[in-house]
Design a protein around this ligand. Structure first.
Ligand code: TRP
Length: 334
């Protein structure tokens, strides 16, 4: 397939906290696989991150780490445009234009806004409110066809579609209306301590969540302490959410199917099983951890990559923005 025929994928990830095993299995590890099939554009969305209070020194460090982690997880800067959002000022510019095609009422209905304003009641800033418009700008600036996201971002993507359609309605067909791209399997990794809840980096229980960069002994300890249930059968079933979650994780990191896993652990106890899952996860993440350490020690290379990424991102998004400015009736400055 020629480069022009390939569909365009855009996704963004916030540079807050390190990625979790859930992020890895459900999202980032798959991003690498998409590179040959699609034209992929990935961004570390630092401008989204400051909608909640950030320590500047930490934010800078976390952004670099998140950027390096994308490569460690399999994204190739030669195949995919990989950049830091604030390096492309076009996103904020486009966001302004799009905000004028977004209704106050729509933004008020965003559940993430409601959740975050409840959580940060002392800082319900306008950025938190208009966050989904910036996200729409990220996507529409590249006329992305597909947007890999988790379930929690579905509503934001739906809004991006509405904004694109409304703009097209006002000014004539222009933006591609993007579609969500939600992976079928492994998308819903649950907390190791409460398998009814999603695995989340903000969980208060430190044993609930595994991070990509956790050391092997930490990973194994967390799995040893994982919640299972009162019988001792290793079987995938709705009434056994803890065991089923561990089986899904094991399946995702080893590539084994569930029936195969059931056979493998027939007659064995939870102790053996949890250790096997811990070891499999730790083995799978080892090369990621090593590559991450190597990249973080080579800041010059990282800089070369994000400067190059910014250049490519700007060249595409600038072209979109120029056309948008013309469409809305701004005086041409070129
Ligand atoms: N809002 C997304 C999240 O928190 C991150 C994001 C920002 C994003 N811009 C995007 C995701 C564009 C996909 C496309 O997960």
């Amino acid at each position: 397939m020629s480069e022009q025929e390939k569909k365009i994928i855009f996704s963004g990830i916030q540079p807050t906290g390190t990625f979790t095993l859930g992020n890895y299995i459900g999202a980032v590890s798959r991003w690498g696989e998409l590179q040959d099939q699609f034209n992929c554009i990935y961004s570390i969305v630092d401008m989204h991150a400051i909608t909640v209070r950030q320590d500047p020194v930490q934010l800078r460090q976390k952004s670099l780490e998140a950027y390096a982690l994308l490569f460690a997880c399999g994204i190739d800067p030669k195949k995919s445009i990989t950049f830091i959002q604030s390096h492309a000022g076009t996103h904020a510019e486009l966001s302004w234009i799009l905000s004028c095609s977004t209704q106050f009422g729509e933004l008020s209905r965003m559940t993430q806004f409601k959740d975050k304003s409840a959580k940060h009641a002392d800082d319900i800033n306008a950025g938190l409110f208009t966050y989904p418009v910036l996200m729409a700008a990220d996507i529409l600036a590249y006329n992305a066809d597909l947007v890999p996201i988790g379930e929690d971002q579905r509503q934001h993507l739906e809004l991006a579609r509405n904004i694109a359609q409304r703009f097209n309605g006002k000014y004539g067909e222009f933006f591609t209306v993007p579609e969500a791209y939600i992976p079928k399997v492994g998308a819903r990794i649950k907390s190791l301590q409460d398998p009814e809840k999603k695995m989340s980096k903000s969980d208060e229980n430190p044993n609930a969540c595994v991070f990509i960069l956790d050391e092997p002994d930490v990973i194994i300890r967390k799995f040893k302490r994982a919640v299972t249930d009162s019988d001792s059968e290793i079987r995938y079933a709705e009434e056994k959410p803890g065991v089923s979650n561990l089986m899904s994780i094991y399946s995702a990191v080893t590539g084994k199917e569930i029936p195969e896993i059931e056979r493998e652990f027939e007659g064995k106890g939870y102790g053996d099983f949890k250790l096997a899952v811990g070891e499999a996860v730790s083995d799978r993440l080892k090369p990621v951890r090593e590559e991450f350490a190597r990249l973080m020690a080579d800041k010059a290379y990282l800089k070369e990559c994000y400067m190059e990424g910014a250049k490519s991102a700007l060249s595409i998004s600038r072209r979109t923005l120029t056309k948008v400015y013309r469409k809305v009736g701004f005086v041409d400055a070129r």
